[in-house]
Design a binder for this molecule. Structure first.
Ligand code: GLC
Length: 731
């Protein structure tokens, strides 16, 4: 190509400009190394630990800003004091509470997850936070775990697919997601020290995949350790988990920080991958001045190790490099958006995720939807019809601009009906770490509820759990699978005076439901945040057709759950160790393989319309190991209402040489169809996703031979099973 002289000069000038600007571009490795070279050891070490409850130090001398962090996964927590756990009492930090992540998982909708991440990230950006301490993706192993409501269910594939868009959404705002709690934090009892013993297969096939997807597909800029130990080392500084897997195999280039108070050793923190130590001296929830910042493991003691040469300065520089990279990705990012808070758009996302995540579990006699009409008398019973649920639960609690209660949602949506409320039962005030019983007379409350129910045309019972201690709350597990506060007896008693009952469970966990023969309707309502009452009324009234699917299994009784069938060492352990004896058979994998019928299965959820899956076909009969499996099927909406269905693809090895679950979720797709509409779907599964982790080879292995493909709309409702073969001759 010929340039005229003038053109060539112009081209050189342009090249010089872009070249230098690219070189001077902020956050490149070269730029970061230049900064590190100017820093003192004191300045570097100061960046590796907290300087307050929720910040770590910058470099004032060089204009490198501090790192500001905030909980949590469902919204931006109210401002906490600089140096203790008290709330700062600001008047400008009320925000939008989005639905709990179990509800988000129940949408089976990756786009919903992205929209959620963008919205909560905009609120974090507006509140000037650099790291949002969420999402959580610990696997739902037992219905007693106090924090399951913050996580994305029992299946590693679903959690992997739903966590990635959330991270990307948050990070479009120049705010770092912080995926937590790495790893195997599947109970709150003894969380601060319990040692988890589990097989490599369980670790690789069940507990790591969502974290791996968060790094390799989500590109999360930070990750938070779990409190517990795994195989004898704390997760905050675990050589195998952090150095070998997270930063080694996965190439994680972000910042690994502790949960608050989860560091326990200086040399291990230094050498086993910890980058920022937070919250030492606290249990992550309550106040403590012990171990003040200079006493942190990665403070004075770490500095001495570096100065003495016992730990190379490169170890310190690697931590600082990661932290500076995060700072350039966030507060020093040149094109960082402005963020926003409490907008109609955010309220719409919160309401839509709630609408899409609510799961219709039972609907006898078409109890739902309930149509508003003059003269209709609706009894709204239960403390959860009015109790605020955006508070409580632990570090994920929020200070909202508003919260629409279920009762308020019903009152607004049914202007022609007469809506009467009775509390029915009382649980007492919410308080970390202890239960304060209600002073109200339970018998009086029950009698009042029965009186209200007697004269009603329809009873809506809002019960469940309530994010207080032992009730879906951090730092404690549930003590029973049953509904607390006499709710089951109350439901039975109401059914004796009125058979027209619909129950809505506000909870983050499965619960015992012994009264389902005495009620007509049942919905899993989750914790839905600011728009709770609107989202529930949208579905109860039929304005929105329910499309949520369970991301968890409801066992008929607790002992049917895999973690609870194998003795107390399997759950909760002996306070020192807990052994994951259920191994790779978690949730529906256990129920399917052990042939234990659940009350409600993973992937289950009814609609107000009827869908039909047909013409299920795989594109081949025999596959090579490098192929994609393409499954096509038709989906028809045979009902009279628009609705959405989730087509699910499970795959299981036929006659495997090792123990494997009967089937495992490998693909899903949510589709909305008008009444009578039909469409064709195509779902892809990489043959590599059929591998199991071969412990003797310390690597993934693809078994050759026959597999079954199960296609349906629930793990226990399969429309078609196909057999395919992975050929022997191709690796
Ligand atoms: C808590 C939680 C963690 C939270 C952190 C800060 O103990 O375990 O999820 O982000 O401490 O509040």
């Amino acid at each position: 190509m010929r340039y005229y002289r003038g053109e060539k000069l112009k081209f050189l000038i342009v090249l010089l400009f872009f070249g230098t600007s690219a070189w001077a571009q902020t956050g490149t490795d070269k730029e970061i190394d230049k900064i590190i070279a100017q820093m003192t050891i004191d300045e570097k070490v100061a960046m590796c630990h907290a300087q307050s409850k929720f910040t770590s130090a910058g470099v004032p001398r060089l204009g490198i800003p501090e790192v500001w962090m905030s909980d949590g996964p469902h919204g931006v927590r109210a401002e906490i004091n600089w140096d203790n756990w008290g709330y700062a009492g600001w008047t400008n930090d009320s925000i939008t509470a989005f639905p709990a992540l179990t509800c988000l998982a129940a949408t089976f909708d990756e786009k919903a997850s992205y929209d959620y991440g963008v919205a909560v990230g905009e609120e974090a950006r507006y509140r000037k936070k650099d790291i949002l301490l969420g999402p959580g993706v610990n696997i739902y192993r037992t219905p007693l775990n106090g924090r399951n409501f913050e996580y994305m269910g029992e299946d590693p594939h679903l959690a992997s697919k739903m966590v990635v868009p959330y991270i990307k959404g948050v990070q479009t705002n120049g705010v770092a997601a912080c995926v937590k709690h790495f790893v195997a934090n599947n109970q709150e009892l003894w969380r601060g020290h319990i040692n988890v013993e589990l097989s490599e297969r369980a670790l690789r096939e069940i507990y790591l995949p969502a974290f791996k997807a968060a790094v390799l597909e989500g590109d999360t800029w930070s990750m938070m350790s779990a409190y517990n130990q795994v195989r004898g080392q704390y997760c905050s500084h675990n050589e195998y988990l952090v150095n070998t897997i997270l930063k080694g195999e996965w190439g994680f280039d972000g910042v690994y920080l502790t949960d608050w108070g989860a560091a326990h050793d200086t040399k291990q923190s230094a050498l086993y991958g910890l980058d920022i130590e937070m919250g030492t001296g606290t249990n992550g929830l309550t106040y403590s001045e012990k171990n003040h910042y200079e006493n942190y493991y990665l403070a004075g003691a770490f500095k001495e190790l570096v100065k003495s040469g016992e730990v190379s300065e490169e170890v310190l520089d690697d931590k600082v490099r990661r932290i500076l990279k995060l700072i350039y990705r966030t507060s020093l990012s040149k094109n960082r958006p402005l963020g926003s808070v409490n907008t109609d758009a955010h309220h719409e996302v919160a309401r839509r995720v709630g609408q899409q995540g609510i799961v219709l579990l039972q609907n006898e006699d078409h109890f739902f939807p309930i149509v508003d009409k003059k003269g209709l008398k609706i009894a709204v019973i239960g403390e959860n019809a009015t109790r605020m649920m955006t508070i409580g639960g632990g570090s994920s609690e929020l200070k909202v601009e508003y919260e629409i209660s279920p009762l308020q949602g019903i009152q607004e949506r049914y202007p022609n009906a007469e809506v009467i409320h009775a509390m029915g039962y009382a649980s007492g005030p919410s308080q970390y770490g202890r239960v304060i019983p209600s002073k109200l007379d339970a018998d009086v409350l029950k009698a009042e509820a029965i009186e209200v129910a007697k004269t009603a045309d329809v009873v809506l019972f809002f019960g469940g759990l309530n994010k207080s201690h032992h009730q879906d709350c951090e730092d404690g597990d549930r003590l029973t699978y049953d509904l607390p506060f006499g709710q089951s007896n109350l439901i039975q008693a109401i059914s004796e005076v009125n058979e027209n009952i619909g129950v809505v469970l506000i909870s983050g966990n499965a619960v015992a439901t012994p009264w389902t023969n005495q009620v007509k309707g049942l919905m899993q309502g989750w914790y839905l945040g600011s728009e709770t009452g609107h989202a529930l009324a949208d579905v109860i009234s039929g304005d929105v057709n329910p499309s949520g699917k369970l991301p968890i299994t409801f066992p008929k009784k607790l002992e049917d759950n895999g973690a609870h069938q194998l003795g107390t060492m399997s759950y909760p352990g002996d306070s020192i160790n807990v052994e994951y004896k259920d191994d790779i058979l978690v949730g529906y994998r256990w129920h399917d393989t052990k042939k234990i019928t659940p009350k409600y299965a993973f992937g289950y959820g009814l609609s107000y319309t009827d869908f039909e899956i047909s013409e299920v076909v795989a594109d081949k009969k025999v596959y090579a190991s490098t192929d994609d499996i393409t499954i096509t099927c038709d989906l028809r909406n045979n009902g009279k209402l628009t609705g959405a269905e989730v087509v699910q693809v499970y795959i299981g090895k036929h006659k495997s040489k090792v123990e494997r679950a009967l089937k495992e979720l490998k693909a899903f797709q949510k589709v909305q169809l008008e009444a009578g509409e039909k469409t064709s779907l195509s779902l892809k599964v990489s043959v590599k996703d059929l591998q199991y982790y071969n412990e003797s080879k310390s690597d993934w292995e693809l078994e050759k031979g026959d597999y079954y493909i199960y296609v349906g709309n629930a793990s226990d409702n399969i429309s078609k099973r196909l057999k395919i073969t992975i050929s022997d001759n191709v690796n």
